[in-house]
Ligand binder design. Structure first.
Ligand code: FEO
Length: 402
């Protein structure tokens, strides 16, 4: 059965949840599923803003029929061509052959790459600042290249101040009836998943997020409608804008320490636990520790976006940096993480490569300050090395107090 929600007069949410999908983009675990948002505006003209993933097509098409009734669909606006949103374009054009598919030059380039049906006679190309009147609702388009993909644009509904923001302000996690962030315990239930989504999906494109923020600085937003996650309205808009501003400038939300280690037999883990205890004894709270071989990197990366300090601990493996740690650091480099304070702990039995490997990868990132002298233990930590660990704990403490 259809499942829709009128979020503003004549603007209907027509999206749906997927709690079965194991991994977003086949990489990122979805313990709480994901929601694909789509919107339908009923005015003198009718318009859909983005479609949804193929997994929920049947419900989605029923939602459209329910809201549209016997009316024709005049416009299908494509803010983003990634398949989790564009999967139903061809089917909509088959059902409503007169529909104008609204996109920019890049949108149509990708459309031709994804679809074999020639829809070029349906294309309505828009550019930066173009407007489209549906009657009472005026839509204005802002290009937002690389706020996840190059063709991305935002659609701003001028009359009500509603921003349809493509992936921006999105989140992992399905929704349970409550569509708006002000209807849930957001910080407890959604914030971590919103940050994990941002860091891993949009994280590389901080400067592009900042560029679009500047472009929209004079606009008033009464509502923000992303393609994933909850919707934002009224005073809460500034809450998520503030989070996005920090995340996209790579500014930590909080002073604190993430300890991420690799450990084959527990010896590096032992050092990390000893260090964490020393930090705790110095009054440092909310410490986070992860075994990189066990925890999916998306969770560790999310916390690295949140906190100011990181301790990486890793053994040498095959005279190289332990592969899983190597992979985590490369992923962080690709995501453009910067402006963090980093402490390094290595471990080796006969040849030392871990500290060197971590240092080389950190050198590819910007504004990463090394805190404390990198410490390289031999197989196991001995009591006589404890003063070195105390010094490291002192250095981390001082950096947190700056
Ligand atoms: Fe939700 Fe970039 O797609």
């Amino acid at each position: 059965m259809y499942n829709t929600y009128e979020i503003s007069p004549k603007i209907h949410w027509i999206g749906g949840n997927d709690r079965r999908l194991e991994r977003f983009e086949n990489m990122f675990p979805l313990p709480n599923g994901v929601v694909y948002n789509s919107y339908l505006i009923l005015d003198e003209k009718t318009a859909i803003i983005d479609t949804v993933d193929a997994s929920i097509s049947a419900l989605y098409l029923e939602n459209i029929t329910h809201v549209l009734g016997t009316r024709q669909l005049d416009y299908l606006i494509i803010n983003h061509m990634e398949p989790d949103h564009c999967a139903n374009i061809e089917e909509i054009v088959r059902r409503y052959p007169e529909v104008k598919v609204v996109g920019n030059q890049k949108t149509f380039q990708f459309m031709k790459q994804y679809y074999s049906l020639d829809m070029s006679s349906n294309y309505l190309e828009v550019a930066e600042g173009s407007e489209l009147s549906l009657g009472r609702h005026i839509l204005r388009f802002y290009l937002a290249p690389m706020v996840h993909w190059p063709e991305v644009m935002f659609t701003y509904e001028v009359s009500n101040g509603i921003l349809f923001s493509a992936d921006a302000f999105g989140s992992f996690g399905a929704i349970a009836g409550n569509l708006f962030a002000d209807e849930v315990e957001y910080d407890n239930q959604f914030l971590d998943e919103a940050r994990r989504y941002y860091a891993n999906i949009v994280g590389r494109y901080g400067s592009q997020v900042q560029a679009v923020f500047k472009k929209l600085a004079d606009q008033k937003f009464n509502m923000i409608c992303s393609l994933h996650g909850l919707l934002w309205r009224k005073d809460d808009v500034s809450y998520i804008m503030d989070k996005y501003d920090k995340w996209s400038r790579y500014v930590p939300e909080k002073k604190g320490v993430v300890l991420a280690y690799a450990s084959m037999y527990g010896n590096t883990e032992n050092v990390m636990n000893a260090l964490a205890t020393k930090l705790s004894k110095r009054g440092i709270k909310d410490l986070r520790m992860y075994d990189v071989s066990k925890t999916h990197p998306s969770y560790i990366i999310s916390d690295i976006f949140k906190y100011s300090n990181i301790v990486f601990g890793s053994p040498t493996y095959n005279m190289h940096l332990y592969f899983v740690m190597d992979s985590l650091l490369r992923e962080l480099a690709v995501l453009g993480i910067k402006n963090r304070k980093v402490t390094l702990i290595g471990n080796h039995t006969w040849a030392s490569a871990a500290v060197k490997g971590m240092t080389e990868l950190l050198d590819t990132m910007k504004d990463m300050e090394i805190v404390g002298t990198p410490h390289d233990i031999k197989s196991t930590m001995k009591p006589e090395q404890e003063p070195d660990l105390e010094e490291i704990a002192d250095a981390i403490y001082r950096s947190l107090m700056e």
